[in-house]
Design a protein. Structure first.
Length: 286
């Protein structure tokens, strides 16, 4: 559990940390966020996360709360103060507090919150060893999934549906039958001919930081990649499948809607990519 939380310039005990009831993040989901991996006491891919945060903020015309150097300082502080070696940092920026009105308020200071919490690396390793099951659901989300907003109700509902079906992640499927992405991850398959497939970036998916770094790794490893949408039957007939996210890095998928992927075990390429991921990621000791 997080013990110390950063809220608008103050490091507060968890129980005392809060934002205003008329914060626009609370009333309108007028807010963006980032989740960064912390591994062995270092932040992973900070530059890419901060670049994506900048883009989300700019697209929504939310003021940047502080410089990148200051944000890096807050991230490092929150990891240190919570003594997190392996886990996550969560950073959220809202448009700030204002009397409830759909229109943007004139001048408001953005709200900035950051917290860090540990994740047991052995539990994650055990999950990666067995692989996860995926349940597919129709994608009901809005047309700007490329922005990392906190409008996460469709993802929460999809994950509940997945859990009810005994699965650990949901894959959203668009109206043409193509997988868009996971509820909180990007979706990938390895075709029987060895090509790695993932959906190209568009407004239906989030440009995952892990996705970008994995594309670098695939290139460095000489693995052929095709960025194109794939269907659920294609995924079920794949040689391997996996998801990527800051919280799971490269996580094998061993079944889709109860249908085993290949032998129903994590694939060799997926395992190799998981092992090598941090060789290529940007590592910032805190
Ligand atoms: N989720 N797609 C969606 C919808 C996501 O929510 C996420 C990340 C990703 C992967 O992005 P990245 O590789 O940058 O983590 C793709 C985070 C981990 C979360 O909400 O907890």
């Amino acid at each position: 559990m997080a013990r110390i939380v950063y809220v608008n310039g103050r490091y507060l005990p968890y129980a005392e940390a809060g934002v205003h009831v008329e914060d626009r993040g609370f009333q309108f989901a007028d807010s963006v966020y980032e989740v960064c991996e912390v591994k062995s006491g270092a932040l992973i891919d900070t530059t890419r996360h901060l670049a994506r945060l900048d883009r989300s903020l700019a697209e929504l015309k939310i003021a940047k709360p502080m410089s990148d150097a200051a944000l890096r300082h807050v991230l490092a502080q929150i990891v240190r103060r919570n003594r997190v070696r392996d886990g996550l940092v969560y950073l959220q920026v809202t448009r700030g507090k204002a009397a409830r009105d759909f229109l943007f308020p004139g001048e408001t200071d953005p709200t900035l919150v950051a917290l860090a919490r540990p994740i047991d690396p052995y539990k994650v390793a055990a999950k990666a060893k067995s692989g996860i099951a995926v349940k597919t659901v129709p994608d009901p989300r809005w047309g700007r999934c490329d922005l990392k907003t906190v409008m996460l109700l469709p993802a929460a509902l999809a994950k509940e549906t997945a859990r009810e079906a005994g699965a650990q992640e949901a894959w959203f499927v668009d109206e043409k039958g193509f997988v868009t992405e996971g509820a909180s991850s990007n979706a990938w398959i390895v075709r029987p001919d060895g090509f790695v497939l993932t959906r190209p970036l568009d407004n239906r998916i989030l440009g995952g930081v892990t996705r970008a770094t994995l594309l670098d790794l695939l290139k460095a490893q000489g693995v052929p990649v095709e960025q194109r949408p794939f269907t659920v039957p294609e995924a079920q007939a794949a040689r391997e499948a996996f998801v990527t996210s800051a919280s799971a890095t490269v996580m094998p998928v061993v079944s889709i809607d109860g249908h085993k992927v290949a032998e129903g075990r994590p694939g060799d390429l997926t395992k190799r990519l998981r092992e090598k991921f941090h060789d290529l990621a940007e590592i910032t000791p805190v």
